[in-house]
Design a protein. Structure first.
Length: 318
């Protein structure tokens, strides 16, 4: 009887250990190196132009572990192959795990020359997206980019054809489209000003907002400086959340870095007629781990609709 109990205990222990090894392999190796396409279809009463196909990528977090330059270039090639009309690049290009995930470890001065060059090379690698996409590519700053170096990030983008926006707007009027894009500064490391940019755009124009942090979709303390014409963006594209980076069935992400992480795990959410679109991103910070939230390239098909509605699906690449 005792031997039977001991055998059961050892079998149970071995099964738990085996399961732990499998889950660790998935979280620390397999899933961070996987890639999916998330297709999101959005109808919005705030979009009046012809349908548009937008690729959204964010949170690349370059490193020499899961996100070396070779993989970044592969992701860029696959993004172009999806034939978007426009590409949004939503910030957080600088990478680093553990102590390099936050200040002061993330700053340029505290990194090796190889790390700093990797971050510069990553940004200049976006150039083909701007050249090969009909409406080009538009990028913004993420908090990790300014924590690394705001100036070096700007300098690297200046060597590309990518339109880099920091509290600026950009008018696109070509190929039958006529709309504006507002690119905001990061709210953790800079000072976003949506109202100022919105006030410079003609009344009634279609406006898309690119903001690294989803929380800018609704910040009560920021409403005082927003324009009286529109307190908040009607259609906002963001990253930053990583989908929680670790998600479990039923309970979702136990740790989140920003509001709306669980609400936008399908890629979008609505607030009345307003739309927030959030990608779970591509890289990691802190621990080099992803579980239940594979890296993704998001494709958004946006068109006019009488009310805000949407759907999404995942396509696994490898």
């Amino acid at each position: 009887m005792l031997k039977s109990k001991l055998k059961y205990v050892w079998i149970s222990f071995a099964a738990i250990v085996a399961l732990g090894i499998i889950l660790a392999f998935k979280a620390f190796w397999h899933e961070p190196r996987s890639l999916i396409i998330k297709e999101v279809k959005i109808e919005s009463p705030h979009w009046h132009g012809k349908p548009i196909r937008i690729a959204l990528i964010a949170d690349i977090h370059a490193d020499n572990y899961h996100m070396p330059l070779s993989r970044v270039k592969t992701i860029i090639t696959k993004t172009s192959a999806l034939n978007p009309d426009l590409v949004f690049i939503g910030g957080d290009y600088a990478g680093g795990h553990f102590g390099q995930s936050h200040k002061p470890g993330t700053s340029l001065e505290n990194r090796s020359d190889d790390d700093n060059q990797l971050h510069r090379d990553l940004i200049t690698a976006f150039d083909p997206l701007a050249k090969n996409t009909p409406l080009g590519a538009i990028a913004i700053m993420g908090n990790h980019d300014c924590w690394w170096s705001c100036d070096e990030t700007r300098k690297a983008f200046s060597q590309t054809k990518v339109v880099f926006l920091e509290n600026r707007n950009h008018h696109i009027q070509q190929l039958g489209w006529d709309f504006w894009v507002i690119g905001l500064e990061d709210d953790y490391s800079q000072h976003p000003d949506y109202g100022l940019q919105f006030s410079q755009i003609p009344s009634g124009a279609d406006v898309l907002t690119l903001a690294h942090n989803p929380r800018l979709f609704y910040l009560p303390e920021a409403s005082m400086v927003f324009s009286s014409r529109s307190k908040y963006p009607n259609i906002q594209f963001s990253g930053h959340s990583h989908g929680g980076q670790v998600r479990f069935p039923i309970i979702g992400a136990p740790v989140t870095s920003t509001p709306y992480t669980n609400e936008t795990i399908d890629g979008y959410m609505f607030e009345n007629s307003r739309t927030l679109i959030v990608t779970s991103g591509l890289g990691e910070t802190g621990l080099p781990v992803r579980f239940g939230v594979p890296p993704e390239i998001m494709i958004v098909e946006l068109k006019n609709g009488a009310r805000a509605s949407g759907s999404s699906r995942r396509i696994k690449l490898r």
